[in-house]
Design a protein around this ligand. Sequence first.
Ligand code: CIR
Length: 253
Amino acid sequence: MSRLLVRRPSPRLAEGELTHLERVPVDPELAQQQWEAYVEVYRSLGWDVIDIEPDDSHADGVFVEDTVVMFGDIALLTRPGADSRRGEIETTRAALEKAGIEYASIEAPGTLDGGDVLKVGRTVYVGQTLRTNAEGIRQMDALLAPRGWTVVPVEVTKVLHLKSGVTALPDGTVIGYPPLVDDPSIYPEFLAVPEEHGTAVVVLDENTVLMSSDAPQSAQLFRDRGLTVIVTPISEFEKLEGCVTCLSVRVRD
Ligand code: CIR
């Protein structure tokens, strides 16, 4: 059984942070519809959905992955690297406490965005980015090394977060769109995908992934490997440098 932490989009989504993309118009109603359809995918699979309290003053609050990362049954409450996003963690903290999830926190001057954290087995790749600093990585390593995780820092220069460039299939193969990946050779198994929005998958189970509907060739590549692929439209979030992974956090029970 799994639970899923989400937060509905702010009506101010269009004002969210942008680092690598040009600002383009965002349709808040379409964003709300896309978000509801995204959450429905999980509900239809029987997952329990936990709504973090809406926080409309934070334009990027829908990207909950950046505020908390699960490592087994302990959560790491982050300290987001963008000033505009730091306040998001208070409502995430409240949701963790209400749900009875044990957590540790990144403390100042450390910064860490969950979008920079890619777990593959017991390896934790962490992007060194504008959002995640060396102190944040040091604190994460101090928490995780005694728990049997190996933290591997990764240079990221071409995209916002590590996971904007790479994620992993259920078998641990790291996937990425080569123009957006600094050094694919650091991953034991790497599969190039042909589309920018094909880089991000959420693993739903050993045979099933969820991804953006804006990467049909990548979806076919995964189907050819025997995976079941569920696609969902997330255009309004992609315009803000978000992807399928950042809209939720899975809590395994
Ligand atoms: C930001 O710049 O923080 C948001 N506009 C997008 C965050 C996307 N989060 C993620 O990929 N984990």
